[in-house]
Design a protein around this ligand. Sequence first.
Ligand SMILES: C[S@@+](CC[C@H](N)C(=O)[O-])C[C@H]1O[C@@H](n2cnc3c(N)ncnc32)[C@H](O)[C@@H]1O
Length: 191
Amino acid sequence: MQKMNLKHYEQTIKSMTKTPELNDWRLTIGLVKPNSRVLSIGCGSGREVKYLVEIGCNVTAIDIDPECVRLSKEIEPNAKYIVGDALNLNIDIKFDYVICLNRTINYLLDQQDKVNLVNKMYSFLKPHGRLIISTTHFFSSIKSMCVSVLPTRTKLGYYPRPSQIGKWFEGLEGEIFTSKIDSTQVILLKK
Ligand SMILES: C[S@@+](CC[C@H](N)C(=O)[O-])C[C@H]1O[C@@H](n2cnc3c(N)ncnc32)[C@H](O)[C@@H]1O
């Protein structure tokens, strides 16, 4: 990673963790400012789309699974939806935030696909836009560390190691902040 300044980011997370009912997903989505233009990668069944629309955001959401998009539309019709592979996304809009939450990036088993996805998401950011990714935290459990050293898992990178995550951001301009919340690793890139 190019630059890591944990202090500021962890302070933000710590102040948010004072609210006990919040889980890691809520803490992560809480980084998005109201009334922003947001691209949600792997929107799933729409919980983040709904939350973001409720705080006034203009949301475009993509998921590879048509059933997920159908469910998401059902709970939040006031967003733009795309069914497709985010790796092939080609739209001419720039966003304040691009978010890829709850381990969606782990669905891309190939390390190079993860690098390509991060580059793709970065390309949709406005100047000073923010990319937020949450993934598994390598040191969250003995299990994650054991599984990640098995030859198949190492290749697939389901529990990406810090060095692998660093490679996702190589060559991208911006400041990077990371934090661990339970078993989740949150990464924020400020362009
Ligand atoms: C773990 S779910 C996360 C859903 C949602 N972000 C949330 O936090 O509730 C991951 C989602 O990513 C979608 N997905 C996986 N690979 C994708 C790809 N290449 N392009 C777009 N969506 C993808 C899956 O269909 C799934 O709905």
